[in-house]
Structures are given as C-alpha cells and as structure tokens.
Design a protein around this ligand. Structure first.
Ligand SMILES: Nc1ncnc2c1ncn2[C@@H]1O[C@H](COP(=O)(O)OP(=O)(O)OP(=O)(O)O)[C@@H](O)[C@H]1O
Length: 229
C-alpha cells in the first residue's frame, strides 16, 4: 500500500539551495554554471505514476496562468498515437536523429522506456525561457535523477500521487488509451515509482484527489518556491 495523507501536500524535505537561488533571478552571478548565457533555474519538473494526472494538472496550471508557464515539449522515438501532433504533443524523432542529439549533448535527460527513447532537449527548455516563461514538464523518476545532477537546470521537483492505488487504476483504465497488458505494466511500475516518494529526490509531493484541490496545493508550493506571486 502506498496511500498518502489526504492532507494533500506532504512535505518531502526543505527546498534545496537551488530553489532559494530561484528567487534571485540569477543575480547571484557565478553560482549557476554559465551555458551560453542562459538561465534555466526557473523550472518545474512534475513526476508521478502513469495515469495519476500529470498532464491534466499541467493543462490546468497553464490554462490559469498562460503568461507565466510554458510547456517544454519532450522528444520521443515512439510512434504518434492517433490525434497526436508533432510539435504540439511531442517532438517525434527517429532513432537515428535522437541518438545524434544524445551524442551532441543536446539532451538534459533522456531514457529508453520499453524500447522507445524519451528526453528533454536544451532547446525545448530554451523555447520557453527565451520568452520569459517558467518551464514546466512532466518527467519520470529516472529523468528527475538525471536532471538533479545537471549543472545548469535547477527545477523544483514535485511528485504527483493518486489518493490510492485503486483510483490510479481507475484513471489508467478510464483513459482508455492503453491495452490491458500496458495497464498492468504501468501499475507494476507505479509501485516502483512510489518508492521514490520519500527518497529525497522530490522537493514536494502533492496528491491529485480532485484537480481543483491539487491545483490549489500546487499553487501553494509554487508560491513558496517564488515561482508564483
Ligand atoms: N483529479 C482527477 N480526478 C479524476 N480523474 C482525473 C484526475 N486527474 C486526471 N484524471 C484523469 O485520469 C486520466 C489520466 O490523466 P493524465 O493523462 O493527465 O495522466 P498522466 O499522469 O499525464 O499520464 P501519463 O504519464 O501516462 O501520460 C485521464 O483520463 C484524466 O482525465
């Protein structure tokens, strides 16, 4: 069982020094490693098991603050699903191009998930920060671990969890986009991912009970991290 407290926001440790630096708008010259003059520290990495509602929460946050946050598109080698659009849902790349970009050091994090590559490129983050917005993206635990070690990217790491396992299963099935085999695999993976909840990887854990409550809790976390007024 991995039930969370219904109190919705579970402190997962103090904000790291990098988040304290967030509020300085990078006036702390030198404490961020310089990469072509870019400042990447104002970002939000949202993790959590498949089906927990990461995309739903991201959409809700971006709809409420369209000028504040920008989604950093992931790149992937998996085939587009019906209705998915290149450049809107993902940057769809073939394996050769993806591997080329890995070799060029373009990915800040990437992983091979069940035979498909997924990752975040520097330019996907640039596209958001260059227009003055805070970058935001959903990411798996492995990606968070890589990002955490990155010299210039210092997002706040937030894990989204479901109120309980049965609800997660309901959401995964309710979405109707996965086969039974995939649902079973994602549920097994969810148990593993939940072990990361208290590992120190995450700055905060929020429970997605209702979208409204989760959004309120997320807003509180972002205010505390000076990412929201
Ligand atoms: N608070 C909620 N209450 C009820 N249903 C929800 C809630 N949040 C999301 N859902 C539903 O759960 C399903 C999964 O949500 P979503 O696609 O946002 O999950 P996800 O974490 O982004 O999944 P993945 O990692 O697989 O992309 C969707 O059908 C969505 O409408």
């Amino acid at each position: 069982m991995w039930l969370c407290s219904p109190s919705c926001v579970v402190a997962a440790g103090e904000f790291s020094r990098s988040h304290l630096r967030m509020s300085c708008q990078c006036s702390c010259a030198g404490s961020h490693a310089a990469t072509a003059g870019h400042v990447y520290s104002r970002g939000i990495a949202l993790a959590g098991p498949s089906g927990v509602g990461k995309s739903t929460i991201i959409h809700a946050l971006m709809a409420k603050y369209p000028d504040k946050f920008g989604f950093s598109l992931s790149a992937t080698t998996r085939q587009p699903r019906p209705g998915e659009v290149n450049g809107r849902d993902y940057q769809f790349l073939n394996r050769e191009r993806f591997q080329e970009l890995i070799a060029q050091g373009e990915f800040v994090e990437h992983a091979d998930v069940h035979g498909n590559f997924y990752g975040t490129t520097k330019s996907a983050v640039d596209n958001v920060t260059s227009i003055g917005k805070i970058w935001l993206k959903d990411i798996d635990c492995c990606g968070c671990q890589q990002l955490k070690k990155h010299p210039t990217f210092h997002p706040i790491f937030i894990m989204v969890v479901a109120p309980d396992e049965a609800e997660l299963e309901r959401r995964l099935r309710g979405r109707g986009t996965e086969t039974e085999e995939v649902v079973q695999r994602r549920l097994r993976d969810a148990i593993e991912e939940m072990k990361q909840k208290d590992s120190g990887l995450f700055d905060r854990v929020v429970v997605n009970g209702t979208v409204e409550q989760c959004l309120r809790d997320l807003e509180a976390v972002l205010r505390e991290a000076h990412l929201l007024d």
